[in-house]
Design a binder for this molecule. Structure first.
Ligand code: SAM
Length: 286
């Protein structure tokens, strides 16, 4: 693969983030980049045109969406080859994140052209950083399948993931999704729902799936708009489960027996060491 970074005659492909609601989140660099390129590839040209008009950006647009992405990759390659730079935007947020652009970036990078990010808003990062859920590891699951059976299968597979799980959901399916989370996780998952981030009715709800469903039934307004759903599954480790069981048995025996006999009997029942159980029994009684 050849890099053309030092070749003045080649254009650059810029991947430009746009606001997810609040227009003040559009960065100066994003605006200047869109003004400076020869063309803007946009998911929905009419939608992007309104944004461009607001910021006085007059650059020509062409459409790039899921159905023409592969064809448009060759067109973009041709433009770059001729020295014309191109910016790629989606309807909102960071392109390629549950949005078109993957095939273009893959193709253009493989052809050796420079692909430069102009970072900015993305709903998943905006939601995660205020959720209060673990941020050191997270798994982004994008949009979930439309059918309940496949959706539940995907949800079950998250049990193997560590960290916070994040997915995107629309107003049409949020109730169904919450019902499925409830069926798969019950109360073992804590959820945070970020709705209408950066917009007038920005709201954050947290609780178990059944608690969230209850909030929805009490206030139908909570169902409106766009959602980022974050899920923190508390796995009880085998060791934790065993320790809890030992304490449960000890506490039952201690109701009827003195510490020494209770721990001897608990050792016979659990197979644990008598002395260790004796110490735990003492702590439980203090
Ligand atoms: N590329 C975008 C990004 O960087 O976040 C995501 C595009 S995806 C097609 C649209 C989905 O993102 C929505 O259905 C919703 O789940 C989420 N989303 C986008 N904007 C949002 C907002 N302001 N508040 C909550 N969720 C949002």
């Amino acid at each position: 693969m050849v890099s053309h970074s030092s070749d003045e005659a080649r254009g650059t492909l810029y991947i430009v983030a746009t606001p997810i609601g609040n227009l003040e989140d559009f960065s100066a660099r994003a605006i200047n980049t869109l003004k400076g390129v020869g063309f803007i590839a946009a998911e929905d040209t009419r939608h992007t045109k309104r944004l461009l008009n607001h910021f006085g950006i007059e650059t020509r647009l062409f459409s790039l969406h899921d159905h023409n992405e592969r064809d448009k990759s060759s067109y973009i390659r041709e433009l770059l080859f001729q020295g014309t730079s191109v910016a790629l935007v989606s309807d909102a947020g960071t392109p390629l994140i549950s949005d078109p652009g993957y095939h273009v970036v893959n193709h253009i990078r493989n052809e050796g052209f420079d692909v430069v990010p102009i970072p900015g808003p993305s709903a998943l990062i905006a939601a995660l950083c205020v959720s209060g859920l673990p941020t050191d590891q997270f798994f982004f699951s994008g949009f979930l399948p439309a059918k309940t059976k496949s959706r539940k299968d995907v949800m079950s597979s998250w049990k193997q993931q560590s960290g916070t799980v994040i997915f995107y959901e629309s107003t049409h399916r949020i109730v169904e999704s919450m019902k499925d989370v409830d069926a798969v996780y019950g109360d073992s998952a804590k959820l945070v729902l970020a709705r209408e981030i950066t917009k007038t009715f920005e709201t954050f709800l947290s609780g178990t799936a059944s608690e969230i469903l209850q909030m929805f039934s009490e206030d139908a307004n909570q169902l409106k708009g766009e959602f980022v759903v974050m899920l923190d599954y508390q796995v009880e480790s085998d060791l934790d489960a065993k320790a809890a069981e030992n304490r449960r048995i000890l506490s039952l025996l201690l109701e009827e027996l003195p510490v020494k006999q209770a721990s001897q009997l608990a050792a016979k029942i659990t197979g644990e060491k008598k002395n260790a159980l004796y110490q735990i029994a003492l702590e439980m009684q203090s």
